[in-house]
Write a protein that binds this ligand. Structure first.
Ligand code: SR1
Ligand code: MG
Length: 428
């Protein structure tokens, strides 16, 4: 298959015929297509994802569709998101080696990427729902975020290179538009595609939608998201975009990549740990042992937020001191003048800004997963609607506090104490 043919969506039936002569795929899994086994496993909102197994091995074939899979062809979405995903993956691999799947082949015309099959990895969100504690995720994701966010910014890159990259990703308009609407605006009014656990949450939802301070804060965050082209973001770094084993962590799916504020990726990620925390009650089966397991899981999740933020800060600070080669806070103004303290003072300001903003982004990410179109499995797999609504209500209150009071919150322990306090409340 070449990039010159018109786009055609693959299927389980046609994949072997259409990709049977692809050198990269054959080299990886073997050329005897009669022995290929193809499964479609995409459970995300947008794309097709196939696992193809042959005599010699396996690979993943991910293909964009010209519409939003979750909604159908009434919502067209350009195929070029595959181009942005490919370019984001190459940059992430260069900036944080070993943190993303290896790419075997990219076909722009067919909007498909053939990449490494990660096995026995599973989606992090699924592991957290099952109550599995992964020992390395905080370190691995903290390092990934610090390295990609620092090295994709004017703190590190030559201005000319960064501006060229900024121009390339600026065309990812439609995926940014999804985030701009679904994350920052729709949850705060009665938008057409919104849904929530009803009627249990109706009262609280009405309260949040009438909350002027919250709406203003959500729009300030949207302003920041749209106008602060600080670094190349993953753009959709939630627990469904991360694959894990007990020892390995890989980030996947950066099709929402674009130049935005560093705090966006960090806030979205931490929000997903806090949502996992508030959803644990819904996955607790009856019995003392089960309660103990989920108590341990709750403690683990809060520890993960502490460690992720601490690893992020430590690595970001390390890169600041050793790799600050860009045009911002130049060494010529600080270290080269014998003013190391000045460089540390500036680092402190930058980290403080990321902290303030990440709390806001975390708050609204939590809201959109409960009030908007795209919910997450942490809450959705809680079958008992009253229990689900009780978990969601706590998360909504927590999110509101983060978004509105973020400048008055000074440490992650403070945030986690609040989460624990809200979790202990028994009523909606
Ligand atoms: C219509 S797309 C909905 C959501 O799915 C993706 O994973 C992003 O999170 C997006 O906001
Ligand atoms: Mg995705």
């Amino acid at each position: 298959m070449t990039g010159k043919l018109p786009f055609e969506a693959l299927s389980v039936e046609t994949l072997s015929m259409r990709l049977g002569t692809n050198d990269a795929l054959c080299a990886r899994i073997g050329k005897d297509t009669a022995n290929w086994k193809v499964r479609e496993v995409g459970d995300g909102n947008l794309n097709l994802v196939f696992i193809v197994e042959g005599d010699k091995g396996a690979a993943v074939v991910k293909q964009a569709l010209p519409y939003v899979r979750l909604v159908g062809d009434s919502w067209p979405l350009p195929l070029k998101r595959s181009f942005f995903e490919y370019h984001a993956l190459t940059r992430q691999e260069a900036r944080a080696p070993g943190s993303v799947p290896a790419i075997h082949h990219f076909d722009e015309g067919q909007a498909l990427i053939i990449m490494e099959y990660l096995s026995p990895h599973i989606i992090l969100r699924r592991a957290l729902i099952e109550g599995r504690q992964l020992p390395n995720i905080a370190r691995d994701i903290g390092l990934f975020m610090a390295r990609t966010l620092f090295r994709g910014s004017d703190l590190s890159m030559a201005a000319k290179d960064r501006k060229a990259d900024l121009a390339l990703f600026a065309d990812n308009v439609e995926l940014c538009d999804i985030t701009e609407n679904l994350v920052f605006s729709d949850p705060y009014f009665d938008a057409r595609m919104n849904r929530h656990t009803s009627p249990q949450l109706d009262g609280l939802v009405a309260e949040l939608r009438a909350d002027r301070d919250l709406k203003v804060e959500a729009q300030r965050l949207k302003h920041l998201f749209a106008a602060n082209a600080e670094t190349l973001l993953h753009g959709d770094l939630h627990s469904g975009s991360i694959m894990v084993t007990d020892t390995e962590t890989r980030m996947i799916d950066p099709e929402f990549a674009f130049y935005g504020p560093m705090a966006f990726d960090v806030g979205m990620l931490l929000a997903n740990f806090w949502m996992a925390f508030f959803s644990q009650r819904g996955h607790e089966q009856a019995g003392h042992e089960q309660k103990e397991k989920r108590d341990a899981m709750r403690a683990y999740l809060l520890d993960v937020t502490v460690e992720t933020w601490s690893v992020f800060r430590a690595e970001f600070s390390h890169l600041w001191r050793t790799e600050r080669t860009g045009m911002l806070y130049q060494k010529s103004l600080f270290e080269d003048q014998g003013d190391r303290l000045g460089a540390e003072q500036a680092l402190d300001h930058v980290l403080h800004q990321i902290w303030d903003d990440l709390l806001g982004f975390a708050g609204i990410e939590i809201h959109r997963r409960i009030l908007g179109l795209a919910h997450n499995a942490d809450f959705e797999t809680i079958a008992d609607e009253d229990l689900r609504a009780a978990c969601e209500a706590k998360a909504l209150k927590f999110g509101r506090h983060l978004a509105v009071n973020r400048r008055q919150i000074h440490s992650i322990d403070e945030v986690n104490n609040l989460a624990a306090l809200i979790e202990q409340e028994s009523r909606i």
